[in-house]
Design a protein around this ligand. Structure first.
Ligand code: DP6
Length: 335
């Protein structure tokens, strides 16, 4: 029996956003969504089964984690154990190369890597679709990070039918403008609940997103980058509009974020094909063609640190033992 496995996954950036659940227990989204998996900011996770009867432990970036992060991992492992008919606890060591909690979706790469490594050590099915369904239970958007390049997440109606799948799309590049790498004040999960419970526009958001997903799938099939960019920008700004319409209001975009959207608009006025998007945080991501990425990055560099990213790989196991995440050093326990 293998007692240790290591997996790596990358974040994804949604072009049609997931914002709302129809079933929080099963983590079924209220609509489908579509994203590009990035080739930067990976999370590497080693899962080691315990043979000494000790509890689950989460080590995040070399520090033993407690609180919500550890509780979420234990809940996820409980589901894995239930499916595997196992009682074995595990030590989970995870290293993120993306600023945790900054709206760059570290929970997506985190649960995609965890689902992949845990499926190996607990001997669950390791095909892409099974891992995508499983990752979804940890964090919805994680189901898309299982998939390489471009993924559509089928909303589905039950656990079986809700998973992400690869789609063909024209080659894109993204320019990530990092304005703030701190932890966000309201988690996506909490703000999604608040949206469903208090926004008078929640139903309109769901209806428009379902339509946008159909249009986006058509634009991807047709290789129409301009249409993809236009749809993505409008969908992102609609998501932020519905988030701001909660009570109490939640606002992830800052004045500086809006300045970046203005910068993108003026590049467009100059004839460059570029469109903006943003997840649940202030950082803005410019969507463009690979040939224009360097010029876009150059133009946006005055706003913050820029990183050009391209379509990246799906979550996968790393076979070389040298890739395992090392144990936290003594004395690094979080208080
Ligand atoms: C704004 O997947 O982090 O990034 O399912 O509650 O864990 P939970 O939420 P999460 O939400 C991601 C929201 C988003 C949009 C998107 O990635 O589609």
């Amino acid at each position: 029996m293998t007692i240790e496995a290591t997996a790596r996954a990358h974040p994804n950036m949604a072009l049609v956003k997931y914002w709302g659940k129809r079933d929080e227990q099963l983590m079924l989204p209220s609509t489908g969504s579509l994203s590009m998996t990035l080739d930067e900011f990976p999370t590497t996770t080693t899962v080691r089964l315990r043979t000494d009867g000790g509890p689950d432990v989460l080590e995040l970036n070399g520090v033993v984690a407690g609180g919500d992060a550890a509780a979420r991992v234990t809940r996820f492992l409980d589901l894995v154990r239930e499916r595997a008919g196992s009682e074995a606890r595990a030590i989970v060591r995870s290293r993120n190369e993306v600023p945790t909690g900054a709206g760059l979706a570290s929970s997506a790469s985190g649960f995609a890597a965890l689902a992949t490594a845990a499926s190996a050590v607990y001997e669950l099915p390791q095909d892409t679709t099974s891992r995508s369904r499983l990752a979804r239970r940890g964090s919805g958007s994680a189901c898309r990070s299982i998939i390489d390049r471009m993924a559509v997440w089928h909303a589905g109606t039950d656990d079986e039918s809700s998973y992400a799948e690869r789609i063909d799309a024209p080659e894109l590049a993204m320019v990530v403008v990092v304005l703030d790498s701190g932890r966000k004040k309201v988690s996506s999960r909490e703000a999604m609940r608040l949206t469903a419970a208090t926004s008078p526009f929640a139903a309109a958001w769901r209806e428009s997103t379902a339509r946008t997903l159909e249009d986006m799938l058509a634009a991807c099939r047709e290789g129409d980058v301009t249409r993809i960019g236009e749809l993505a920008e409008v969908n992102a700004l609609r998501m932020h509009a519905v988030i701001q319409s909660t009570s109490p209001s939640v606002r992830y975009l800052s004045g500086r974020s809006l300045d970046v959207f203005d910068g993108i608009e003026s590049l467009r006025a100059d004839g460059i094909g570029v469109w903006g998007t943003a997840d649940a945080g202030p950082n803005v991501v410019a969507i463009t063609r690979p040939a224009d990425a360097a010029a876009v990055a150059e133009a946006l560099t005055s706003h913050g640190e820029v990183r050009v990213v391209r379509p990246g790989p799906g979550a996968r196991l790393l076979e070389d033992p040298a890739d395992a995440v090392p144990a936290a050093t003594a004395g690094s326990e979080a208080r």
